[in-house]
Design a protein around this ligand. Structure first.
Ligand code: GDP
Length: 299
């Protein structure tokens, strides 16, 4: 989702010499394959969007892969970028790097000030390591490696698999299928009380392009909208967007996860960037994209 959004943004800006690989063409966990790729292609600017990602259930179930895959991907790419003299690298992390009970909104300086949320601790540790790799290669070798921490994302090419997905694509699919099947109700996980912030992937790509051009500092930057909603509010909004008229059943056997993770985006705003797509508009765009590509998104 993020990689394809960055490619769309770069193409729209007139860039044509883009070097991309799918995960089946290049296994980024394989150190020798990544070393050869950088030696052969000699990229100048690297957007490190590749990661093993997923929603609360996937993160909590595949704890080994979320740690191992992400550590390998980051280590291989960051080290190869240093070795092959990449001019600039942008590493993408996540808002789950922050302590579970950090004050809200989350300021960049709250990193490593408390315990992490247990359901996604392995992923968060890997993403924190990515930030630290960029900082270390910058301070030791003078590499211009920067990091951005996006909030929860959604948009074209999202994962709609109900076992692996995040809440927003899961709810689009659940309400859509319930509407088609005339189901009286839809199961939604947790209590509905947690609050989440959502950013459209095209806005993130725009922010990445902006940071690649204008930001060269050590400290990572939060990327979000600065506004959040409860999961209950999100569910009502998705229900309305899809046009489903049944009921919601809250399954409190499923975990809530972090109570809130709202980004403080004042540094990004001060640099001169702000998101363009609000949640309602972004949901409508995303539902239209889901309808156009349902056969691809839902096996
Ligand atoms: P998180 O932001 O890492 O907690 O990941 P998710 O996007 O998977 O979950 C966010 C919140 O939405 C959690 O409180 C979930 O319990 C809740 N949620 C409600 N229904 C669903 C669903 O169908 N799928 C997912 N993934 N989360 C859901």
């Amino acid at each position: 989702m993020v990689g394809s959004a960055i490619v769309r943004k770069l193409q729209a800006e007139g860039y044509s010499n883009l070097i991309t690989r799918t995960s089946s063409e290049l296994d980024l966990r394989n150190q020798a394959a990544v070393t050869d790729f950088f030696a052969d292609e000699q990229p100048e600017y690297v957007f490190l969007a590749a990661a093993k990602v997923g929603g609360i259930l996937a993160n909590n179930s595949f704890r080994a892969e979320f740690l191992y895959d992400n550590l390998m991907i980051e280590s291989n790419i960051i080290h190869s970028s240093y070795k092959s003299g990449v001019k600039k690298l942008l590493f993408l992390g996540s808002s789950c790097i922050y302590p579970k009970l950090a004050p809200q909104p989350l300021k960049e300086e709250y990193l490593l000030s408390g315990y992490l949320e247990p359901t996604n601790e392995p992923y968060a540790i890997a993403k924190i390591t990515g930030i630290k790799l960029c900082e270390a290669y910058r301070s030791q070798y003078g590499c211009n490696f920067i990091s951005a921490m996006p909030t929860n994302l959604y948009g074209p090419n999202d994962n709609y698999d109900l076992q692996g997905s995040h809440v927003l694509p899961a709810l689009i699919r659940k309400f859509h299928e319930a509407k088609l099947n005339g189901q009286p109700g839809v199961e939604v996980w947790g209590t509905g009380a947690p609050r989440r912030e959502f950013l459209h992937a095209d806005d993130l790509a725009d922010a990445c392009f902006f940071l690649m051009q204008h930001y060269n500092d050590d400290l990572f930057v939060n990327v979000g909208t600065g506004e959040d909603v409860t999961i209950r509010e999100l569910a009502e909004l998705v229900k309305e967007t899809v046009g489903y008229e049944g009921d919601l059943y809250w399954n409190t056997e499923k975990p809530d996860g972090t109570p809130r993770k709202l980004m403080d985006v004042s540094r990004l705003h001060a640099l001169g960037w702000k998101h363009k797509t609000d949640l309602k508009q972004g949901l409508e765009m995303t539902y239209q994209d889901f309808l156009a590509n349902e056969v691809l998104y839902v096996e």
